[in-house]
Design a protein around this ligand. Sequence first.
Ligand SMILES: Nc1ncnc2c1ncn2[C@@H]1O[C@H](COP(=O)(O)OP(=O)(O)OP(=O)(O)O)[C@@H](O)[C@H]1O
Ligand SMILES: [Mg+2]
Length: 313
Amino acid sequence: MKAIEVNSLSKTFGHLVAVDHISFEVEEGEIFAFLGANGAGKTTTIMMLATALNPTSGRATVCGHDIINDKNEVRKCIGIVFEEMSLDVRLTARENLDFHARMYHLDRKTRQERVSQVLNLVGLRSKQDMLVKHYSGGMQRRLEVARGMLNYPRVLFLDEPTLGLDVQTRRMLWDYAKKLNRESGTTILLTTHYVEEADYLCDRVAILEQGKIVVVDTPEGLKNSLGGSLVSIRLSQGSARDMAKWLKEVSWVKKISQHDSQLDLSVKAGGTKIPQIVKLAKEHGFAISSVSQRKPSLEDAFLHHVGKRLKDE
Ligand SMILES: Nc1ncnc2c1ncn2[C@@H]1O[C@H](COP(=O)(O)OP(=O)(O)OP(=O)(O)O)[C@@H](O)[C@H]1O
Ligand SMILES: [Mg+2]
């Protein structure tokens, strides 16, 4: 059984199509990311899968349960960390968690045990009696992840788990999510617009643009799809757009994108192509101010898929 199966799921708000017939599957034990810009439809999708929002059309199951007909069964097997902070800041950390655990109808002893356990997991046990309003943003986020874990979910939804956090706290949350995934086999579906988050954490990534899934692959697969290397050229003379036009016709240029005076070419064995590029540019009357070569990053792949696709146009 798949942890999550989504079939042509859509959500419209009036005339706006927020999620547009998306289909994908998440394996049990996988960490899966939705990577997309603001407004791409990430939160709307998570809210539908977590049964907080009814789809306009399409179907989905979570842990084998239908998100429309078996809402209660779905809710029993999931945990969720919302995009917006949703703790009660007037309560202590332990009180927040205990309050939440009551909603799962756990007895007092079980509640105490579980609350202590999840507080330990996120390293907040020693701060458990502090009011949440005195917590830093990172501590609040960790507490929310702990709360999402209270019912031992098989699937955990994290909506922008590290938004606004500093580099160290972000890394800590990533490592914590990895540990959780490895040790308890929890399937994690997270949304992010941090490319490095998807790269570091996830087994597979779905790139979302305007409610549609553009591509689903492993981070490595996405990077490799751009060819072996990425050659960046800056021009000091001539229009980059014009140069892109004729470079499109060159057989060994797999993909090409252009931003201002910079051109990025996806090619195999970039190092060996640089002399040819310089020679060709000269022949066509372009002056190059710099050329560099590197392995494509996930950000390159992301920009390629959501950005301008000159070669395809
Ligand atoms: N309740 C609503 N009523 C009307 N429009 C909505 C509602 N919720 C979301 N939308 C719209 O649906 C689109 C997708 O929103 P969504 O929140 O899913 O995007 P997102 O990918 O999570 O963005 P972000 O990165 O900013 O969190 C947006 O255009 C948004 O304005
Ligand atoms: Mg969102």
